[in-house]
Design a protein around this ligand. Structure first.
Ligand code: PGA
Length: 256
């Protein structure tokens, strides 16, 4: 696991964008796993600015709310098109986002897993982290081997996401999310976290035990995981100086 601490959200997002760009440059038909929420907004803005070639790229989003149509203002379909896909040359058929209106959710989830497998898996999975340590919508106690499935959101997550819906009462109770096993099958993971409200979840994920109580802690167990933080999100790490020292002393070619 590599911890990269940057002074500001913008600097952290730019590093994250360069990590994504590097994957697309090395493999024009790369398969990316993508995240939603406030955290990746600057990352996506920077990716748009970099004007990369996305025409052979395939994407799989982590999650979607059950019951929301793709054109619902708070749906992750809308989020992805408005914040990234409408501004790049991605081919629509290569975009995959869980269908919140799927009639048979278990069958849909199996098809999602099959689709990821059919393109030989995800090259780079972009992640945020919830204040409770969730990745995707894998809330605490999610099985570390779980696959794409329906999950029930915690009260904490519904409160955290009420801002996208206008009120907590309007936040759906259920979501379809890639599982932790689906996420950790990716060849590499890039977790971006910004702001003090993520500091405790990050400290537990990076420096605590691997535990289903903090699903992001599973990143300790995968071969390539980069954790990109602003100072605020790094605020509770006890070994922050060590991570900075390691990053500052890497060979330049290894820094992405
Ligand atoms: P946020 O959500 O980026 O809106 O804070 C992150 C997450 O819940 O994974």
């Amino acid at each position: 696991m590599e911890i990269i601490i940057q002074p500001t959200p913008k600097a952290a997002s730019e590093i994250a964008a360069r990590i994504v760009a590097r994957v697309l440059q090395a493999k024009p038909n790369a398969v990316l796993g993508l995240a939603t929420g406030d955290t990746p907004l600057l990352l996506y803005r920077e990716l748009v600015r970099l004007n990369l070639d996305w025409h052979k790229v395939t994407t799989f989003n982590l999650d979607e709310y059950v019951g929301l149509a793709p054109d619902h203002p708070a749906s992750y379909h809308r989020f992805m098109w408005e914040n990234l896909f409408d501004h790049i040359n991605i081919v629509k058929k290569n975009v995959h986002i869980p269908n919140g209106l799927a009639k048979d959710i278990p069958a849909f989830c199996q098809k999602y897993e099959d689709a990821i497998r059919a393109v030989s898996g995800i090259d780079l999975q972009v992640l945020g982290i919830g204040t409770d340590g969730h990745i995707g919508f894998n809330e605490p106690t999610s099985s570390l081997g779980s696959r794409t499935r329906i999950k029930t959101l915690t009260q904490q997550t519904r409160q955290d996401n009420a801002r996208f819906f206008g009120s907590e009462a309007k936040v759906p109770h259920h979501v379809i999310t890639m599982g932790i096993g689906t996420i950790t099958d990716a060849r590499r993971c890039l977790l971006l976290a910004l702001g003090t409200k993520k500091a405790q979840a990050i400290a537990e994920a990076v420096e605590g035990p691997i535990t289903a109580m903090n699903p992001a802690s599973i990143l300790q167990a995968i071969p390539v995981a980069k954790i990109v933080l602003d100072e605020a999100a790094a605020g509770q790490l006890t070994k922050a100086d060590y991570y900075r020292w390691v990053y500052d002393n890497k060979p330049d070619w290894q820094k992405l």
